[in-house]
Design a binder for this molecule. Sequence first.
Ligand code: SF4
Length: 364
Amino acid sequence: MHVYFHVPFCARRCSYCDFAIAVRRNIPSGDYVDTVLREWTSWLEQPVWAPAPQIDTIYFGGGTPSRLAPAAIATLLDRIRTDRTVVAGAEVTLEANPDDVTTEAARVWRAAGVTRLSLGAQSFSAEALGWMHRTHDAAAISRAVDLARDAGLTLSLDLIFALPADVPRNWEDDLDRALALTTEHVSLYGLTTEPGTPLARWTARGEAHPADEGRYAAEYLLAHERLEASGFEHYEVSNAARPGHRARHNSGYWRRAPYIGLGPSAHSGFGDRRQWNLREWAGYERAVRAGSGWVEGSERLDPPAVHLEQVYLGLRTVDGVPCDWIPEHHRASWCSRGWARVEGDRLYLSTEGWLRLDALAAAL
Ligand code: SF4
């Protein structure tokens, strides 16, 4: 079993972000812990544990989990360990904004059982960070890496590529600076313009000009080249790791392992079943405290939908899919264009194929 906590609180909304967040100056850590543990308790008697009674990974995502009081993370992890067996050496990841990482916070996180920080670096350019409405500067990223490492945490860095041409940002320079920090893992996110965000408004007014396909591809391919040359394995569309450091939590999603999601907007999945919680913190909190109604929706996938999901998830990773999952005419076409290769009885997408993943999967 994999467990995910969605921690919705952020200091302010980044210019491109449409996630389920709650902007708060003062973070209600106590209320969050109390509410989410009530939801956790409701899961304990559910049959979902029968095939996967032990917890392999725990992930605090958001939002900005590093804005919770560090002691709140400790309380949550203690309770999980009290109620269920967490396997020895489990991966426990906390997403963090660089400016939330202090000596004391890193020490408490590590003592609580956190093993890995996923740092939202995004860029090292002051102009780009300002344009994104991020709260940190480049110096905070290096400082956070040092403090996390001193505390014994492994590290992943998030970087955003394909910023609008209007933003003075040198992607190559950002990659060099990220690689110089020698983290164990890097995640790459291509910027997209989501409705309702400041970026969408700027774009509609002609004040921002999203990167065209050519630059999107060039920046993605450059990142692939640099990461691989530096000893990383680009093991999934958006993720690269040094040997032995693939993200185990996300790898669980790609294998369709069962997972429980706690908190507003969190999704849970087991077998052919999915369910998801109310998106807004206030509504979720009210419903959980009232004892019902926090699950917003659920669905059961039919066998063809499960198979299609398996194909899509398999194509995302370097592990590929069995050849016979892909119709012969697609296999031939993808391979002839350099988007895929066949080895033995498996098909693997190339980096060029990953750039087109959604279109290729949609054609199946
Ligand atoms: S910190 Fe993350 S979740 Fe919060 S607003 Fe920025 S991008 Fe969105």
